[in-house]
Design a protein. Sequence first.
Length: 140
Amino acid sequence: MTRFPAVISALNKEVTRLTGQKPVETIKEKTVPSKPSTPYLRPVGVNEKKLPSGVSVRYLYQPGELEGGRQRATDPIWSLKVYEIEKIMIKPNTPVIYYLFDGPKRGFVREELLVMSLPIHSYRQQFNYETRSNAQRLSY
């Protein structure tokens, strides 16, 4: 225990890989820019391929997000309801964050979204359920 303060002092004076600065210097700053801990294997930020606003998507459930807390093998992994992308946040060197209209308030990255082939309103226009009778709906 007698060497503990000397070891901590020595570690605080070494440059860390995550920030590229010494912890003694970074403690004094209000914000510290950091490098990603793992390199991205795809384009990120401004160079990333973006989904347009208004696209219909389902999102990936977080563990325990569904009722019950524990996830079973038969539980769905994608949201049952379809949402539209409301807002897109783009920052340099970070993944694009998507926010959903009437969905959870958290943001999603591209890998957490499942793009649906047709938007919600396209299904209604295509099949026109409001004006067809039951017989017409079944005989398309």
